[in-house]
Ligand binder design. Structure first.
Ligand code: BG6
Ligand code: MG
Length: 222
């Protein structure tokens, strides 16, 4: 029986995944690494330093910079990202997501945040959605980021639930892998070829409703 929902933030609740991509693209250009859609998809959901390392690996530059230089580049990306967040408000909540979250709350499901982003408290605050979250995982306390299961295991734990009693929602391939590894049921939102490992797929957030999830669970018998 499902008792809890574990939410990714960027690309699931708000359109902020596009801002992360834009800021990484900007940094990749500066580092002379060619940006591709595939690289963009690989970065989705992945934490800050892991993302920078993926970009450098993609451009065969993994041994070019010192740790200090890498930290500086990661900070530069974050400053660019924060500039893109200027003026972020409720209008950038993805279609249907506020109603969906309210509906979960009204049905007494527990809700935890499983975002890799250290900026997630700020983003939730700007979207005025913080009040719906019973718990959240602080990504700074993780040993391993997505695709490792740790963040979803911890999110279930934060609600005092077993992962099997939870549904996780993700727009990123690394995130779906993380949910699946934890034992929770994975909902992939976006291109089903990219999110092919999800237990349940929706093309966009507008399709994500309790009724549609229940229907999909019946069909798949997950
Ligand atoms: C994830 C995003 O939610 O957070 C990634 O999907 C981002 O794109 C990651 O790199 C880390 O975010 P931050 O804000 O801590 O740099
Ligand atoms: Mg995401």
């Amino acid at each position: 029986q499902i008792k809890g929902f574990l939410f990714d933030l960027d690309g699931v609740i708000a359109n902020t995944s596009a801002y992360h991509s834009k800021a990484w693209h900007q940094l990749a250009d500066e580092l002379g690494v060619t940006w591709t859609e595939d690289l963009g998809n690989q970065l989705k959901g992945v934490g800050r330093m892991d993302s920078l390392n993926l970009i450098l690996k993609y451009g065969h530059k993994e041994n070019v910079y010192t740790e200090d230089e890498k930290v500086k580049y990661a900070e530069e990306k974050n400053e660019n990202y924060l500039n893109l967040l200027n003026g972020l408000d409720k209008s950038e909540i993805l279609p249907g997501m506020e109603d969906f979250i309210k509906d979960l709350s009204a049905h007494h499901y527990l809700i935890s945040l499983a975002s890799s982003s250290k900026n997630s408290p700020l983003v939730l605050e700007k979207l005025d959605l913080r009040k719906y979250f019973d718990e959240k995982v602080d990504p700074a306390t993780l040993t391993h980021g997505k695709p490792d299961p740790e963040i979803y295991t911890r999110a279930a734990e934060s609600l005092k639930l077993k992962p099997e009693e939870c549904i996780g929602l993700e727009d990123a391939s690394a995130g779906v892998t993380s949910i699946n590894g934890s034992g929770a049921i994975s909902v992939g939102i976006g291109d089903p070829t990219v999110l092919k490992d999800a237990d349940i797929n929706f093309n966009n957030t507008a399709e994500v409703t309790l009724a549609n999830i229940e229907k999909a669970m019946d069909n798949k018998k997950v």
